[in-house]
Design a protein around this ligand. Structure first.
Ligand SMILES: NC(=O)c1ccc[n+]([C@@H]2O[C@H](COP(=O)([O-])OP(=O)(O)OC[C@H]3O[C@@H](n4cnc5c(N)ncnc54)[C@H](OP(=O)(O)O)[C@@H]3O)[C@@H](O)[C@H]2O)c1
Length: 253
Protein backbone atom coordinates (compact mmCIF):
# COMPACT_ATOMS: atom_id res chain seq x y z
CA UNK A 1 0.00 0.00 0.00
CA UNK A 2 1.05 3.61 -0.59
CA UNK A 3 0.50 5.49 2.65
CA UNK A 4 0.27 9.14 3.69
CA UNK A 5 0.95 9.84 7.37
CA UNK A 6 -0.62 13.04 8.68
CA UNK A 7 1.06 14.02 11.95
CA UNK A 8 4.62 13.28 13.05
CA UNK A 9 4.29 12.61 16.78
CA UNK A 10 4.38 9.49 18.94
CA UNK A 11 1.66 7.50 17.21
CA UNK A 12 2.69 8.55 13.70
CA UNK A 13 6.19 7.19 14.45
CA UNK A 14 4.81 3.94 15.89
CA UNK A 15 2.51 3.18 12.95
CA UNK A 16 5.05 4.27 10.33
CA UNK A 17 7.79 2.13 11.90
CA UNK A 18 5.62 -0.99 11.57
CA UNK A 19 3.88 -0.27 8.27
CA UNK A 20 7.04 1.11 6.67
CA UNK A 21 8.48 -2.44 6.65
CA UNK A 22 5.83 -3.79 4.24
CA UNK A 23 4.29 -0.71 2.69
CA UNK A 24 5.49 2.47 1.09
CA UNK A 25 5.19 5.65 3.17
CA UNK A 26 4.97 8.18 0.34
CA UNK A 27 4.27 11.42 2.24
CA UNK A 28 4.39 12.80 5.78
CA UNK A 29 2.38 15.93 6.52
CA UNK A 30 2.94 17.94 9.69
CA UNK A 31 2.48 21.62 10.52
CA UNK A 32 6.16 21.85 11.55
CA UNK A 33 8.03 20.79 8.43
CA UNK A 34 11.14 19.78 10.38
CA UNK A 35 9.01 17.29 12.38
CA UNK A 36 7.62 15.88 9.12
CA UNK A 37 11.15 15.60 7.73
CA UNK A 38 12.47 13.69 10.75
CA UNK A 39 9.88 10.97 10.15
CA UNK A 40 9.83 11.13 6.32
CA UNK A 41 13.59 10.70 5.89
CA UNK A 42 13.42 7.22 7.43
CA UNK A 43 11.16 6.13 4.56
CA UNK A 44 12.40 8.38 1.74
CA UNK A 45 8.93 9.99 1.76
CA UNK A 46 8.10 13.51 0.63
CA UNK A 47 6.89 16.11 3.15
CA UNK A 48 4.31 18.86 3.34
CA UNK A 49 3.28 21.36 5.98
CA UNK A 50 -0.40 21.66 5.09
CA UNK A 51 -3.22 19.21 4.53
CA UNK A 52 -4.08 21.08 1.31
CA UNK A 53 -0.81 19.70 -0.15
CA UNK A 54 -1.81 16.06 0.40
CA UNK A 55 -1.02 13.53 -2.37
CA UNK A 56 -4.34 12.25 -3.65
CA UNK A 57 -3.15 8.97 -5.19
CA UNK A 58 -2.24 7.01 -2.02
CA UNK A 59 -4.14 3.96 -0.75
CA UNK A 60 -4.24 4.90 2.94
CA UNK A 61 -4.31 8.14 4.92
CA UNK A 62 -3.53 8.00 8.64
CA UNK A 63 -4.48 11.02 10.75
CA UNK A 64 -2.34 10.86 13.91
CA UNK A 65 -2.65 14.43 15.15
CA UNK A 66 -3.71 15.96 18.45
CA UNK A 67 -7.37 15.41 19.38
CA UNK A 68 -8.09 19.14 19.25
CA UNK A 69 -6.66 19.51 15.74
CA UNK A 70 -8.16 16.27 14.37
CA UNK A 71 -11.73 17.42 13.49
CA UNK A 72 -10.42 20.52 11.69
CA UNK A 73 -7.84 18.56 9.68
CA UNK A 74 -10.29 15.74 8.92
CA UNK A 75 -12.78 18.27 7.57
CA UNK A 76 -10.18 19.51 5.07
CA UNK A 77 -9.16 16.07 3.79
CA UNK A 78 -10.90 14.92 0.59
CA UNK A 79 -9.91 11.73 -1.20
CA UNK A 80 -12.17 9.55 -3.31
CA UNK A 81 -12.61 6.00 -2.08
CA UNK A 82 -9.25 5.37 -0.39
CA UNK A 83 -8.89 4.28 3.21
CA UNK A 84 -8.82 7.10 5.80
CA UNK A 85 -8.21 6.28 9.45
CA UNK A 86 -7.47 8.10 12.69
CA UNK A 87 -5.88 6.95 15.95
CA UNK A 88 -7.79 9.00 18.51
CA UNK A 89 -9.24 7.46 21.64
CA UNK A 90 -12.04 9.97 21.96
CA UNK A 91 -12.99 11.34 18.54
CA UNK A 92 -15.76 9.39 16.74
CA UNK A 93 -15.13 7.68 13.42
CA UNK A 94 -17.90 9.88 11.96
CA UNK A 95 -15.56 12.91 11.83
CA UNK A 96 -13.96 11.22 8.80
CA UNK A 97 -17.16 10.73 6.80
CA UNK A 98 -16.54 13.65 4.42
CA UNK A 99 -12.96 12.55 3.70
CA UNK A 100 -13.77 9.18 2.07
CA UNK A 101 -16.40 6.47 1.88
CA UNK A 102 -13.97 3.99 3.51
CA UNK A 103 -13.01 5.12 7.00
CA UNK A 104 -11.96 3.65 10.29
CA UNK A 105 -10.06 3.96 13.54
CA UNK A 106 -7.08 2.16 15.05
CA UNK A 107 -6.71 3.28 18.67
CA UNK A 108 -3.68 1.94 20.53
CA UNK A 109 -4.73 1.43 24.15
CA UNK A 110 -1.18 1.85 25.37
CA UNK A 111 1.16 4.69 26.34
CA UNK A 112 3.16 5.50 23.22
CA UNK A 113 6.33 7.62 23.25
CA UNK A 114 8.65 8.18 20.33
CA UNK A 115 11.86 6.21 20.86
CA UNK A 116 10.51 4.11 23.75
CA UNK A 117 9.72 0.45 23.01
CA UNK A 118 6.60 -0.93 24.70
CA UNK A 119 7.40 -3.86 27.03
CA UNK A 120 3.81 -5.09 26.98
CA UNK A 121 1.37 -5.87 24.15
CA UNK A 122 -0.41 -2.96 22.51
CA UNK A 123 -4.16 -3.64 22.38
CA UNK A 124 -5.45 -2.05 19.17
CA UNK A 125 -9.13 -1.07 19.29
CA UNK A 126 -10.44 -0.91 15.76
CA UNK A 127 -13.56 0.33 14.05
CA UNK A 128 -14.53 0.49 10.37
CA UNK A 129 -17.24 1.99 8.18
CA UNK A 130 -18.00 -1.22 6.23
CA UNK A 131 -17.05 -4.93 6.11
CA UNK A 132 -14.45 -4.57 3.33
CA UNK A 133 -12.73 -1.74 5.24
CA UNK A 134 -12.93 -3.73 8.49
CA UNK A 135 -11.01 -6.59 6.88
CA UNK A 136 -8.29 -4.21 5.63
CA UNK A 137 -8.02 -2.42 8.96
CA UNK A 138 -7.81 -5.68 10.88
CA UNK A 139 -4.97 -6.88 8.63
CA UNK A 140 -3.12 -3.57 9.00
CA UNK A 141 -3.60 -3.59 12.77
CA UNK A 142 -2.30 -7.18 12.97
CA UNK A 143 0.95 -5.99 11.40
CA UNK A 144 1.44 -3.92 14.58
CA UNK A 145 0.00 -6.18 17.28
CA UNK A 146 -1.64 -9.56 17.76
CA UNK A 147 -4.13 -7.95 20.18
CA UNK A 148 -6.79 -6.46 17.90
CA UNK A 149 -10.33 -5.87 19.19
CA UNK A 150 -13.38 -4.47 17.41
CA UNK A 151 -15.32 -1.83 19.30
CA UNK A 152 -17.52 1.16 18.37
CA UNK A 153 -16.91 4.89 18.87
CA UNK A 154 -19.11 4.93 21.95
CA UNK A 155 -17.11 2.23 23.74
CA UNK A 156 -13.79 3.74 22.60
CA UNK A 157 -14.44 7.07 24.30
CA UNK A 158 -15.00 5.27 27.61
CA UNK A 159 -11.76 3.30 27.13
CA UNK A 160 -10.01 6.61 26.52
CA UNK A 161 -11.39 8.20 29.67
CA UNK A 162 -10.47 5.11 31.70
CA UNK A 163 -6.95 5.23 30.23
CA UNK A 164 -6.54 8.86 31.34
CA UNK A 165 -6.95 7.67 34.93
CA UNK A 166 -5.04 4.39 34.56
CA UNK A 167 -2.03 5.95 32.85
CA UNK A 168 -1.89 9.74 32.48
CA UNK A 169 -2.82 10.55 36.07
CA UNK A 170 -0.57 7.79 37.40
CA UNK A 171 2.42 9.31 35.56
CA UNK A 172 1.59 12.69 37.10
CA UNK A 173 1.23 11.23 40.56
CA UNK A 174 4.47 9.23 40.33
CA UNK A 175 6.36 12.21 38.97
CA UNK A 176 5.30 14.17 42.07
CA UNK A 177 6.29 11.26 44.32
CA UNK A 178 9.67 11.07 42.55
CA UNK A 179 10.29 14.79 43.25
CA UNK A 180 9.23 14.31 46.87
CA UNK A 181 11.72 11.42 47.25
CA UNK A 182 14.51 13.45 45.64
CA UNK A 183 13.80 16.41 47.95
CA UNK A 184 14.15 14.17 50.99
CA UNK A 185 17.10 12.22 49.56
CA UNK A 186 15.32 8.89 49.71
CA UNK A 187 15.27 6.31 46.90
CA UNK A 188 12.29 6.41 44.51
CA UNK A 189 13.52 3.02 43.21
CA UNK A 190 12.90 1.43 46.62
CA UNK A 191 9.18 1.95 45.89
CA UNK A 192 9.27 -0.11 42.66
CA UNK A 193 8.43 -3.49 44.30
CA UNK A 194 5.47 -1.79 45.98
CA UNK A 195 4.27 -0.37 42.66
CA UNK A 196 4.70 -3.73 40.92
CA UNK A 197 2.87 -5.56 43.72
CA UNK A 198 0.02 -3.03 43.46
CA UNK A 199 -0.42 -3.69 39.74
CA UNK A 200 -0.19 -7.46 40.18
CA UNK A 201 -2.84 -7.36 42.95
CA UNK A 202 -5.20 -5.39 40.74
CA UNK A 203 -4.87 -8.14 38.13
CA UNK A 204 -5.55 -10.88 40.69
CA UNK A 205 -8.19 -9.26 42.97
CA UNK A 206 -10.80 -6.48 42.82
CA UNK A 207 -8.82 -3.33 43.73
CA UNK A 208 -11.38 -2.41 46.37
CA UNK A 209 -10.51 -5.50 48.43
CA UNK A 210 -6.78 -4.73 48.52
CA UNK A 211 -6.86 -1.18 49.91
CA UNK A 212 -4.52 -0.54 52.86
CA UNK A 213 -3.08 2.63 54.45
CA UNK A 214 -4.03 5.30 56.99
CA UNK A 215 -7.40 6.21 55.41
CA UNK A 216 -8.43 2.56 55.14
CA UNK A 217 -7.54 2.09 58.85
CA UNK A 218 -9.25 5.34 59.81
CA UNK A 219 -6.01 6.63 61.44
CA UNK A 220 -7.22 10.24 61.54
CA UNK A 221 -4.42 11.57 63.79
CA UNK A 222 -1.75 10.18 61.50
CA UNK A 223 -3.51 11.68 58.47
CA UNK A 224 -3.26 15.13 60.12
CA UNK A 225 0.48 14.57 60.66
CA UNK A 226 0.91 13.62 56.98
CA UNK A 227 -0.95 16.77 55.92
CA UNK A 228 1.40 18.95 58.02
CA UNK A 229 4.40 17.17 56.46
CA UNK A 230 2.97 17.92 53.00
CA UNK A 231 2.47 21.66 53.61
CA UNK A 232 5.52 22.60 51.48
CA UNK A 233 3.95 20.55 48.62
CA UNK A 234 0.50 22.08 48.04
CA UNK A 235 -0.09 20.11 44.81
CA UNK A 236 0.38 16.68 46.35
CA UNK A 237 -1.23 17.82 49.60
CA UNK A 238 -4.38 18.57 47.58
CA UNK A 239 -4.24 15.12 45.94
CA UNK A 240 -3.64 13.51 49.35
CA UNK A 241 -6.72 15.24 50.82
CA UNK A 242 -8.96 14.28 47.89
CA UNK A 243 -7.94 10.61 47.86
CA UNK A 244 -8.07 10.36 51.65
CA UNK A 245 -11.60 11.78 51.82
CA UNK A 246 -12.81 9.40 49.12
CA UNK A 247 -11.19 6.34 50.75
CA UNK A 248 -12.57 7.31 54.20
CA UNK A 249 -16.05 7.66 52.68
CA UNK A 250 -15.86 4.41 50.68
CA UNK A 251 -14.80 2.27 53.66
CA UNK A 252 -16.84 4.01 56.35
CA UNK A 253 -19.92 1.81 56.08
N1 LIG B 1 0.67 8.84 22.68
C1 LIG B 1 -0.20 7.98 23.13
O1 LIG B 1 0.04 7.32 24.15
C2 LIG B 1 -1.48 7.73 22.37
C3 LIG B 1 -2.11 6.49 22.56
C4 LIG B 1 -3.28 6.23 21.87
C5 LIG B 1 -3.82 7.17 21.01
N2 LIG B 1 -3.20 8.38 20.85
C6 LIG B 1 -3.85 9.33 19.95
O2 LIG B 1 -3.07 9.50 18.77
C7 LIG B 1 -3.17 10.87 18.33
C8 LIG B 1 -1.78 11.48 18.25
O3 LIG B 1 -1.18 11.41 19.54
P1 LIG B 1 0.40 11.55 19.72
O4 LIG B 1 0.74 11.07 21.08
O5 LIG B 1 1.08 10.98 18.54
O6 LIG B 1 0.52 13.12 19.72
P2 LIG B 1 1.85 14.01 19.61
O7 LIG B 1 3.06 13.15 19.74
O8 LIG B 1 1.66 15.16 20.51
O9 LIG B 1 1.77 14.52 18.11
C9 LIG B 1 0.69 15.35 17.74
C10 LIG B 1 0.77 15.65 16.26
O10 LIG B 1 -0.32 16.54 15.98
C11 LIG B 1 0.16 17.68 15.30
N3 LIG B 1 -0.62 18.85 15.75
C12 LIG B 1 -0.81 19.26 17.02
N4 LIG B 1 -1.60 20.36 17.05
C13 LIG B 1 -1.87 20.65 15.75
C14 LIG B 1 -2.62 21.69 15.10
N5 LIG B 1 -3.26 22.64 15.81
N6 LIG B 1 -2.69 21.66 13.75
C15 LIG B 1 -2.05 20.70 13.04
N7 LIG B 1 -1.32 19.70 13.59
C16 LIG B 1 -1.24 19.68 14.92
C17 LIG B 1 1.62 17.81 15.68
O11 LIG B 1 2.29 18.43 14.61
P3 LIG B 1 3.75 19.09 14.79
O12 LIG B 1 4.62 18.08 15.48
O13 LIG B 1 4.19 19.36 13.39
O14 LIG B 1 3.52 20.31 15.63
C18 LIG B 1 2.05 16.36 15.84
O15 LIG B 1 2.48 15.82 14.62
C19 LIG B 1 -4.12 11.58 19.32
O16 LIG B 1 -5.41 11.51 18.79
C20 LIG B 1 -4.01 10.71 20.56
O17 LIG B 1 -5.15 10.78 21.37
C21 LIG B 1 -2.04 8.67 21.50
Amino acid sequence: MRMVIIGSGNVAHLFASHWGKRHQIVQVISRHLDHAQTLAQKFHATTAGKIEEVMTDADLYLLAVSDDALPKIAAKLRVSDQLVIHSSGYRPMAILHQASCHTGVIYPLQTIRKGVTCQYPIPLLIEASDPETRKKIRELAQEISAHVYEIDSHQRKYYHLAAVFANNFVYHLLSQVNNFCDDHQISFAHLFPLMQETLQRVKDFPAFTQQTGPARRNDLALIQEHLIELEPYPDIQEIYKMFTQQILKRYSS
